[in-house]
Write a protein that binds this ligand. Structure first.
Ligand code: AMP
Ligand code: GLY
Length: 428
C-alpha cells in the first residue's frame, strides 16, 4: 500500500514510525510532517487542514490509504471527500466527528443512549446558563461547544468564575462560533484516564489505557496544556474496569452513532473520570475525541506488537472482528519537551542537539512534535510542544528513569520538561 499520514505532531511521528514497519506498507508519505517524521516518511508540504490539496495529492499519487491524525481535517470532512473518490481512509466522517466537534451533540448522544456522564445543560443565552449555575452550585464546569484548541473548558471553583466563563463565551465571543453555545455540567471528582478503542462503524476493539499529564508544572500545577507527558498502561484502569468501559460507554456509543445514521469509524478516545463510589470505582465519560491522543499515541505505538496498519485498515473496511491485537506487557512513558514559555508565548527556531545520544538510551525513541530541518540540516523547534521522549521498560519506574536519562542527553537550552511524569503509577 501507498500510505499517507496527515498531521505534523508527535502523534503522527509515532504513527509513521509504527506504520513504516508494516509489511503492508510499500511507501509512506506524511503531510506536512516534521524533521523527525522525515526520517521515516516522505514529507509533503501540505497543511493538515488544506482538504482540497490533500485530496488532490492522494488522488494524483495513487495513495491507497490515508491515516488522519488530528481532529481538524476530520471535522472538515477529509474522510468523506476521500471516500467519495474511492480512497480508503482511517478516521470518522464529518458527521461522526461531531462527537468531538460539538460537546452539546456529544452530551445529547450520551443522554439518549444512557452512557454515564456528568449531568448537563446546553445554552445559547447567558441568563439561562447562569440560572443553571445558581441552581446547581459550584464547583461546576463550563465548556465552549466547539473546537477551541483545548482552551474552551473552565472548571469553576465558584459561581462567579462560572459566570465569567459564560460571559466570555456567549457575550464577549472569546471562542468565536465555537463558543456561541456552551455546555454547563456537573463537576466530577476523581482520577482521569484515557481509553482508546478502534471502531469500524458497528463494533469496537479495545486498545489500552493511558494517563496524560495536562498541567504544565510538576505536581500537576500551573495552566493546562495539550499534554506534558503520558504513560501506558494506566494502573487505575483495571481489566474489570476496562470491560465495564467497553460495555457501558464505548459499545453503546458506537451502536448509538450507527442508529443515528452516523456510524463511527476510526479511533474513539474516551476521556474518563474514575469516581470512587460506595461499591467501588465508577467510570464516567468526560469527553470524546475522534482521534488518538497526543502524547498518549506515542506510548500506545511503543507498546503495540501487532501490525498497526492492518488494524487501521480493518477499521476502515468494517472487519475489525478479524483482528487480534498483541501488546508488550511493558510500560511506555513519554516525557514532552516544550519550548520555554509554553503554554504562553514561546520562542521558535532554536536549535536542538543530542538526538543520537538520546535515541541510544536502551528502549528510547525520541518522537518529534514541533520541529523542522534548517537548510543546513540542523533541527529547529517550531512549536510549543516540541519533542516526546518515549521509553519502553519492564516497570513504570524503569521507563521513567530511561526517559529522563535520554532527556538529559538532549542539548536544548531553550526547552523544558516536567520532571515527574508517571508519578501516580510509580507511587502505586
Ligand atoms: P475536556 O476538554 O472536556 O476533556 O475538558 C478538559 C479538562 O477539564 C478535562 O481533562 C478535565 O480535567 C476537566 N474537566 C472537564 N469536564 C469536567 C467535569 N465534568 N468535572 C471535572 N473536571 C472536568
Ligand atoms: N493529550 C490529550 C489530547 O490529545 O487531547
Amino acid at each position: 500500500m501507498k500510505v499517507l499520514v496527515v498531521g505534523s505532531g508527535g502523534r503522527e511521528h509515532a504513527l509513521c514510525w509504527a506504520i513504516q514497519n508494516s509489511p503492508l506498507c510499500d511507501a509512506l508519505y506524511c503531510a506536512p510532517g516534521n524533521a523527525g517524521i522525515a526520517d521515516v516518511a516522505q514529507c509533503v508540504p501540505i497543511g493538515s487542514e488544506d482538504v482540497d490539496a490533500l485530496v488532490r495529492f492522494a488522488s494524483d499519487n495513487g495513495i491507497d490509504f490515508v491515516v488522519v491524525g488530528p481532529e481538524g481535517p476530520l471535522v472538515l470532512g477529509l474522510v468523506d471527500r476521500l471516500t467519495a473518490i474511492g480512497i480508503k481512509a482511517f478516521g470518522p466522517s464529518a458527521a461522526a466527528a461531531e462527537l468531538e466537534g460539538s460537546k452539546g451533540f456529544m452530551k445529547d448522544i450520551l443522554a439518549k443512549y444512557k452512557v454515564p456522564t456528568a449531568a448537563y445543560g446546553r445554552f445559547t443565552e447567558p441568563e439561562a446558563a447562569k440560572a443553571f449555575v445558581r441552581k446547581n452550585g459550584a464547583p461546576i464546569v463550563v465548556k465552549a461547544d466547539g473546537l477551541a484548541a483545548g482552551k474552551g473548558v473552565t472548571v469553576a471553583r465558584t459561581a462567579e468564575e462560572a459566570f465569567a466563563a459564560i460571559d466570555e463565551a456567549l457575550v464577549q465571543g472569546r471562542f468565536g462560533a465555537a463558543g456561541a453555545e456552551v455546555v454547563v455540567e456537573e463537576f466530577l471528582d476523581g482520577e482521569e484516564v484515557s481509553f482508546f478503542a478502534l471502531c469500524d462503524g458497528e463494533t469496537a476493539l479495545p486498545l489500552v489505557s493511558a494517563q496524560d499529564h495536562k498541567a504544565v508544572g510538576d505536581g500537576d500545577t500551573g495552566p493546562n496544556t495539550g499534554g506534558m507527558g503520558a504513560y501506558s498502561p494506566a494502573p487505575v484502569l483495571t481489566p474489570d474496569l476496562q470491560d465495564r468501559v467497553m460495555r457501558e460507554i464505548v459499545l453503546p456509543t458506537v451502536r448509538g452513532m450507527a442508529a443515528e445514521g452516523k456510524p463511527f469509524k476510526g479511533v474513539l478516545f474516551a476521556g474518563l473520570m474514575i469516581l470512587q463510589g460506595p461499591d467501588g470505582p465508577v467510570p464516567k465519560t468526560l469527553e470524546f475525541n475522534v482521534r488518538f491522543g497526543d502524547p498518549e499515541c506515542q506510548t500506545l505505538m511503543m507498546r503495540m506488537k501487532s501490525d498497526v496498519l492492518a488494524a487501521l485498515v480493518a477499521a476502515a473496511d468494517g472487519v475489525l472482528d478479524s483482528i487480534d491485537l498483541r501488546w508488550h506487557d511493558q510500560t511506555a512513558l513519554c516525557v514532552v519537551m516544550a519550548a520555554n514559555g509554553y503554554p504562553g508565548d514561546y520562542v521558535k527556531n532554536t536549535e536542538i542537539r543530542g538526538f543520537e545520544a538520546a535515541n541510544a538510551v536502551d528502549g528510547v525513541t525520541v518522537f518529534h512534535a514541533g520541529t523542522k530541518l534548517s537548510d543546513d540540516g540542523r533541527v529547529l523547534s517550531t512549536g510549543g510542544r516540541v519533542l516526546g521522549v518515549t521509553a519502553l521498560a519492564p516497570t513504570v519506574a524503569e521507563a521513567q528513569a530511561r526517559a529522563y536519562q535520554a532527556v538529559d542527553k538532549l542539548d536544548w537550552p531553550n526547552g523544558f520538561c516536567r520532571r515527574d511524569i508517571g508519578w501516580r503509577a510509580v507511587g502505586r
